[in-house]
Design a protein around this ligand. Structure first.
Ligand code: 9D3
Length: 235
């Protein structure tokens, strides 16, 4: 998968994709991630990327020309109908449907070229949305200053779902949310720490018993903390 991020703050992403699973996926050639400064596509001599809103009001709106130019450079066309198969242009904005594991799976499955446009607090010229965007995404009901933190969230959740991105030691299908339950508690050494003991069942090597315990605890924890997740779960 190729991922291009369009932002007015490219420095924000300087190191964020250089750790853990994303770093490994990049090194393994599973994903290529490039961050582009929208300003590099500015058309005028002042390199303007935003301007005052028509109709008045506070703040600045991201101009359409640099974003159209960037899309033409990265995709080859700014006609959404002419995008190659597997091309998705995501606009991160509070107006999108809230992002979740199903949307991450869908994008991981179907996109081979993902272009992510980071919106800003003041807004993006609506013609970007009308002409270029295939998916508008919000990451939840809270106010961010812009789409940049959301881009990190979306990229991380998608890249780890790409085939072979996770080591053989883990599998995305076992993840909380994919399974529909929160995770069970985890412990490591020491077996007793400041008077707090690791549950005996984890120490006695009965793996069938351990699996049963883990499932029960995951169920209990989900019932207590996220009952909304277990509507269809038995137990
Ligand atoms: C209510 C009027 N707008 C503020 C002038 C709303 C608004 C627009 C843009 C609030 C925040 C933002 C900037 N946020 C994003 O670009 C954003 C976001 C978010 O704020 N929450 C959750 N997901 C996302 S994805 C992009």
């Amino acid at each position: 998968m190729k991922i291009d991020v369009l932002t007015i703050f490219p420095e924000f992403f300087r190191e964020v994709f250089d750790f853990g699973i994303i770093r490994r996926a990049k090194l393994a050639g599973i994903v290529e991630i490039n961050v582009h400064d929208i300003r590099e596509y500015a058309v005028d001599k002042h390199k303007m990327v935003d301007d005052r809103p028509f109709g008045g009001g506070d703040g600045m709106v991201l101009k359409p020309e640099p974003i159209f130019a960037a899309i033409e450079d990265l995709i080859g066309t700014s006609e959404r109908a002419a995008y190659p198969q597997g091309t998705c242009v995501v606009l991160l904005s509070p107006q999108g449907p809230p992002f979740g594991q199903p949307a991450a799976m869908e994008l991981a499955d179907t996109a081979d070229h993902l272009v992510i446009i980071c919106g800003r607090y003041e807004g993006v010229d609506e013609r970007v949305n009308e002409a270029l965007v295939t998916d508008e995404i919000s990451i939840g009901d809270y106010v961010l200053s812009g789409g940049e933190p959301a881009a990190v969230v979306v990229v991380d959740s998608i890249v780890r779902l790409l085939p072979d991105a996770l080591g053989s030691e883990t599998s995305a299908e076992n993840d909380s949310f994919s399974r529909g339950l929160l995770d069970c508690p985890h412990y490591t050494r020491p077996a007793e720490f400041r008077g707090m003991k690791v549950p005996d069942v984890l120490l006695n090597g009965d793996h069938a018993e351990i699996e049963k315990w883990r499932y029960q605890r995951a169920l209990e924890k989900t019932r207590a903390l996220r009952p909304d997740l277990i509507k269809n779960e038995e137990g």
